[in-house]
Design a protein around this ligand. Sequence first.
Ligand code: SF4
Ligand code: SF4
Length: 226
Amino acid sequence: MIIQKQKSLEEILKSLEGVQKVFLAGCADCATACKVGGTEELVEMKARLEAAGKTVTGTAVFDTACQQGAVRMKARENEAALAAADDIVCFACGTGSQTLQETLEKRTHPGAESMFVGQVHRLGKYSEKCATCGKCVLDRYEGICPVTRCAKGLLNGPCGGYKNGKCEVDPEKDCAWVLIYKEMEKRGKLDKMRKFEPAKDQSARHTPRAYVWPKRTPPPSQGAKS
Ligand code: SF4
Ligand code: SF4
């Protein structure tokens, strides 16, 4: 899930300087799960913006704000309210915000911060496990990612600053390398600690990234004459 939090009202109002009429957009996926852009949050934000003197022409929770087809569909249901607005404020991730702007050709202001792709422990408690580097090396580290979970992204063992199993950069967090070591030990794979890992190939991380499914080749059995 893309972990998000709402921007403060002050930040939103600053972004809306000179803009009077706005349409509020949410998203039924991550933004709703993070309590940033669901129905409840949009109703609340509408009241706060109106109290601050803005005109809210309408609100809608898109399913899903980052999906152009879904955006077009929801926009048709809200045509008049969207047309009446000068701008949109999007309470979803940055991709959702840009998808709305591109698809609806209307200036869209971000109403949320996209923080990271995260694991959900429970509502309101999230942690980052993967930085979407594009070349996964989890197999090399017994399923624990040092790229993301070590504050320095070290690939060849700990920095030496850890204390009682915690990271020197943030003592609230486990040292990734202590976790990796323990996992290797548990599985009888400590010899992996001696293996040198070359610098990470970052080529798959160049932005902006894009991906188009390759053409599928049917399995040899399909289409074969019997
Ligand atoms: S190596 Fe780490 S950051 Fe890269 S894809 Fe795997 S889990 Fe994600
Ligand atoms: S203490 Fe551990 S997690 Fe923190 S930077 Fe050093 S090796 Fe990485």
